[in-house]
Design a protein around this ligand. Structure first.
Ligand SMILES: Cc1ncc(COP(=O)(O)O)c(C=O)c1O
Length: 404
């Protein structure tokens, strides 16, 4: 990798160097860091809206207008101002995966009818709590969940989350696969599907939706696999007989590295049209990453620069506990200097402030001499960062800001 590639691939109108200063949402990132302090997540309302609108446009252009609903997977980022913003766009409902997420979505303005619920390992207490929200649509992912829900809400419509034993994910990263050759906890397999339908029928539950989410982070190269997965899942739709809706989950990825191209949404929508368009089905998609990931920066203060053996380390005042994806899922958040004049860059390893060996933000980041730099910004920090944060080492403090 060279510096030209490192500094080029992620730049766009609202995230770029202007007069050598990193600018985000039309603001100087240095000023944001000075004003807000660190660690701080800053999110761009405009980028979130654009990401959502781009999905709508692609599906409309593919001939699916009026036949689809987007549900934002709030597990990606549940910052209340962001959820309220999403509600105000009128462009999506919510994919929730716990009773607390449902409560939070409702408190941010979503109606229960706007919420599609898909979760795993639900306790009876969870289900009882959910049953208080008439209108939330329940996708059951185990036979036990069908049975328990049937006792609480007999005669209602439900979805079944199925597992086609095929997975999808960014490149070959099998940590991101929710289904595949390895048996996972998610969804109902073909082998148990007839039993699932019988259980639903016993309680008078109508199976009107088939749901599947088989992995995360896919880009254009994985679209053939997405097509095979949807085709395989159509066998569940045919077997159920009564299905009106199909939910293909989330999983749409964004580039993380130089050389990666954004997901080609026209090709993506064409897959959906081919697989679903010919059926009288309403399509649901529940992306998280795609809506918010590239709309967020993590601002951190530089704490030290020191050479150890042959590696130069740059330390910052936040670690993997406030944004676990790079360390836990091998999804790098590229660090950027807040000002850059094209000067010579050398490879450095950017590390956090947590006493764990995996607390490495980015190996071989191409950064200029940092002597007169006080901060760094990590890109792609809008999803699965703050929402997954822990207080490990009692370093869980950070702040979040939505830039309007
Ligand atoms: C059932 C379900 N739907 C949607 C999503 C959102 O995935 P992504 O953020 O990759 O789009 C997830 C993520 O784990 C999920 O489990």
């Amino acid at each position: 990798m060279n510096a030209r590639d490192y500094y080029r691939w992620w730049q766009r109108a609202d995230l770029c160097y202007q007069h050598n200063q990193l600018s985000f949402c039309g603001r100087s990132v240095q000023q944001l860091a000075n004003q807000f302090g660190t660690p701080a997540f800053v999110y761009s309302a405009a980028r979130v809206r654009d990401n959502l609108a781009r999905l709508h446009t692609a599906l409309n252009h593919a001939g699916l207008a009026g036949r689809f609903t987007l549900y934002y997977a709030m597990k990606a980022n549940r910052f209340a101002p962001l959820l309220t913003l999403l509600k105000q766009t009128g462009l999506c409902g919510i994919d929730a995966c716990s009773p607390a997420e449902v409560e939070h979505a409702v408190s941010c303005g979503f109606r229960p009818e706007d919420i599609s619920f898909t979760a795993t390992s639900l306790s009876l207490r969870d289900l009882e709590q959910l049953a208080r929200y008439d209108g939330v649509f329940m996708d059951c992912d185990s036979i036990q969940a069908i049975d328990r829900w049937g006792r609480l809400k007999p005669g209602t419509a439900i979805g079944l989350r199925v597992n086609p034993a095929m997975g999808i994910g960014r490149a070959d990263n099998d940590k991101l696969h929710y289904a595949g050759t390895r048996t996972t906890k998610f969804g109902i397999y073909h082998e148990q599907f007839a039993q699932a339908l019988d259980t639903a029928a016993r309680h008078g539950l109508r199976v009107t939706k088939i749901h599947f989410h088989t992995g995360c982070g896919y880009l254009t190269a994985q679209l053939d696999q997405l097509e095979r997965i949807i085709s395989q899942c159509c066998t569940f739709i045919d077997a159920a007989g009564s299905v009106e809706r199909v939910n293909i989950g989330g999983g749409l990825g964004v580039p993380h590295l130089p050389g990666e191209q954004p997901l080609d949404l026209d090709q993506w929508a064409a897959v959906l049209r081919r697989q679903v368009g010919g059926r009288t089905l309403h399509l649901e998609v529940e992306p998280g990453d795609y809506i918010v990931k590239d709309a967020g920066l993590l601002l951190l203060e530089k704490t030290f620069v020191e050479r150890k053996q042959t590696t130069t380390f740059v330390g910052v005042d936040g670690g993997f506990n406030i944004a676990p994806e790079p360390a836990c899922y091998n999804l790098p958040f590229q660090p950027l200097p807040l000002h850059y004049d094209g000067s010579v860059c050398t490879p450095v390893t950017v590390v956090g402030n947590i006493n764990e060996a995996l607390d490495v933000w980015y190996a071989d980041a191409l950064l200029p001499d940092l002597a007169d730099h006080s901060h760094l910004a990590l890109i792609n920090a809008g999803a699965y960062s703050a929402s997954m944060a822990s207080n490990h080492c009692m370093r869980g403090s950070f702040r979040e800001f939505l830039l309007i």
